[in-house]
Design a protein around this ligand. Structure first.
Ligand code: X8Z
Ligand code: ZN
Length: 648
């Protein structure tokens, strides 16, 4: 996602060079070693804020272009803009480091702290290397976005590959395996670029005073970077037993369906979870549904029906299919897709406005990209964009299809958008999440409120059944998205931290990737180890896109804490999982007040204002899933759970 940290961390850095004048001697000074700054800290921060405000629209426009019109020209524009930002960023950081923060006004000290710690792509000072880095970043992003699995002339993009995997009932074991392997070929050409990317950003990190790029990433959490690793482990320890029960149950069901091929030494074959990266198992619902026919939760079916009926209306208005040329038929299908995507987005918007938040700004529907264009390559991976710092140009970029996962992704993306709108009056440097996990958790907290009752209220499912079986069905639906995700959310950066600190060397990139997949997720590739000719990490957007990933793991813990607090605020009584705070103004007010803080204070303080506590904590996850965990334990009795990760 191109939201705050990624974009603003770059944008933050933008202006210094232009305004201070780029003197070569400045470039040569060692960071932190400059003599006493000519400008006092308050003036420095004010200038940074002003510059960010002025520069952001052009920088975001270049990035938007790069992601929505992939070609060599847009890559050139995007990487040139990035290069300028990164050069300025370095100067910016160097000046920030010359101020002692003691004795400064609190806001100024906070701004300077953020400047020194908010870089997700630390760039070397050497201009030639910096240019090389910007070009590699653009190239990897474009290669991923345009990635296709081709068999002869027949090429499939990520949406088409995903559909084969998602159809866990209709696609055969071999079809899914071919699709999964096919997608992973897109990453092979990126391996060299990624290796160089690691070298270059590490050089930048060292020049900034950090040990490596991973060390910079871990410094953004208002706690010592070293403590942060232990913090992530602590949270994982809280939820690991729940995940292992879900893994065990799922594996047994796969073995029932596929026989021996359903398990690899107790691990789940990577191509069988309905998802390219095994991060969301919702598409296994037909296999894993605990009680068939108890309270249908077929949201995807309902959405597809709606889309078909939009199409039927359009066709009948046009006088029937027979009256249309082939190209008119394609056009009308596309119109139906866009109308359906807009309808889904408006549903999500109405959740936020129902909480008392504002309607989306006027430009939103006109300027967002809601469906995949037919005439060019784009980065389909969903993202939310603040195009400027005044909050009147916000957008999302998605290739929406009518299914449940995409619907919840829209609610997720609008969480980012509403965060941008909530903190738009903060100084540009503070226009960011309390930490990056907060940004990811805003919309997902709302997704937790999409209970069967809520889904019925918006006409997507029938009136929900009330029974113990229905509870377990509802919990399983949520767990396949939320619990299945947890180890994945953690392992990606375990891999990148290792790559950045050198403990994972380039000749072991793929081996280490699969060792971590085995250790955390209990997932393995079918057909034996994947060699170093592959670069399987690169087949996941955030690796070539250089988006730190631990944020999503943290979000999957935090969102339950937020949810519980908003449920309390709304006066909810009864089990946590039954809470739906839609249309509750009190919950809306509390949430908005928290969001307005942005990054203006340490996240612990912001968390305290919403939840009363200063720690991230998974007890709300466990409280939420208590019925399912008990049920899974019962189901798994007599089976040997666990797996032998060493065999991966
Ligand atoms: O990348 C995203 C969002 C944009 S921030 C669509 N997510 C992660 C992913 O898809 O891998 C949301 C959940 C995890
Ligand atoms: Zn996101």
């Amino acid at each position: 996602m191109k939201s705050q940290r990624a974009l603003l961390a770059l944008a933050i850095t933008a202006g210094l060079l232009a305004l201070s004048g780029c003197k070569p001697s400045d470039q040569d000074a060692a960071p932190g070693a400059a003599s006493a700054p000519a400008e006092d800290a308050d003036a420095f921060v004010a200038r940074v804020n002003q510059t960010v405000k002025e520069m952001t629209p052009e920088l975001t426009a270049a990035a938007w272009l790069g992601a929505t019109y992939i070609n060599k020209d847009s890559q050139r524009v995007e990487s040139a803009a990035n290069e300028r930002w990164l050069a300025k960023n370095n100067e910016f950081i160097a000046q920030a480091k010359t101020y002692a923060t003691e004795g400064l006004q609190a806001d100024t000290a906070r701004a300077i702290h953020l400047l020194k710690t908010s870089s997700s792509m630390p760039a070397p000072r050497d201009p030639a290397k910096l240019k090389e880095l910007a070009e590699i970043a653009s190239r990897m992003g474009a290669t991923y976005g345009a990635g296709k699995w081709c068999v002869g002339e027949d090429c499939k993009d990520i949406g088409q590959v995903s559909e084969i995997l998602a159809d866990t009932q209709g696609s055969s074991y071999d079809e899914m395996k071919a699709a999964w392997e096919g997608w992973h070929t897109i990453a092979q050409p990126m391996r060299k670029d990624y290796q160089r990317f690691v070298e270059l950003t590490n050089e930048g990190a060292v020049e900034m005073g950090f040990a490596n790029t991973g060390d910079v990433w871990r410094a953004g959490y208002d706690m010592p970077a070293d403590d942060f690793k232990a913090e992530a482990d602590r949270l994982w320890g809280q939820v690991q037993p729940l995940y292992e029960q879900l893994q065990c149950y799922t594996r047994e069901k796969l073995v029932e369906k596929y026989g021996e091929q359903g398990s690899v030494d107790g691990m789940i074959p990577a191509h069988l979870t309905g998802n390219l990266w095994q991060q969301d198992w919702g598409n296994l619902w037909p296999l894993l549904q605990p009680y068939e026919g108890v309270g249908s939760l077929d949201v995807t079916g309902a959405l597809k029906k709606q889309r078909d009926s939009i199409l039927a209306d359009l066709v009948s208005k046009a006088g029937g299919m027979g009256k249309l040329t082939a190209s008119q038929q394609v056009e009308i299908e596309r119109q139906a897709d866009l109308e359906m995507a807009t309808r889904m987005t408006k549903l999500a918007e109405s959740f936020y406005t129902g909480l008392g938040m504002p309607a989306l700004p006027e430009n939103f529907y006109a300027d967002s990209m809601l469906v995949q264009p037919r005439d060019r390559d784009v980065v389909c991976h969903a993202s939310a964009w603040p195009m400027n710092t005044v909050g009147d140009d916000v957008r999302i970029k998605m290739c929406i299809k009518p299914n449940e996962e995409e619907l919840t992704t829209i609610y997720h993306e609008l969480g980012h958008v509403y965060y941008y709108l909530a903190y738009k009056d903060q100084a540009p440097i503070f226009q960011s999440g309390a930490h990056d996990g907060f940004h990811e958790a805003i919309g997902d907290t709302i997704v937790l409120s999409m209970t069967p009752e809520y889904l019925a209220s918006i006409g997507l499912v029938d009136k929900p059944a009330v029974s113990e079986e229905a509870v377990i069905n509802g919990q399983m639906r949520m767990a396949l998205a939320k619990v299945a995700f947890l180890p994945f959310g953690l392992m990606i950066d375990q891999w990148r931290w290792g790559v950045f600190d050198g403990s994972i060397t380039p000749d072991k990139y793929n081996q280490a990737w699969w060792e971590l997949k085995a250790k955390y997720q209990g997932v393995a590739p079918a057909g034996g180890p994947r060699g170093e000719e592959f670069f399987d990490a690169g087949a996941k957007y955030h690796v070539p896109g250089n988006t730190p990933y631990t944020r999503y793991f943290l979000s999957h813990i935090l969102q339950f804490q937020f949810y519980k607090s908003l449920c309390d605020a709304s006066g909810h009584e009864g089990p946590l999982y039954t809470c739906n705070f839609a249309n509750n103004p009190e919950a809306g007010k509390r949430y908005w007040a928290m969001m307005q803080r942005g990054a203006s204070q340490p996240w612990q303080q912001t968390l305290k204002e919403l939840t009363g506590g200063e720690q991230m904590d998974a007890s709300a996850v466990l409280e939420y899933f208590a019925p399912l965990q008990a049920w899974l334990q019962e189901q798994n009795q007599g089976n040997t759970c666990g797996w032998d990760a060493a065999k991966s």
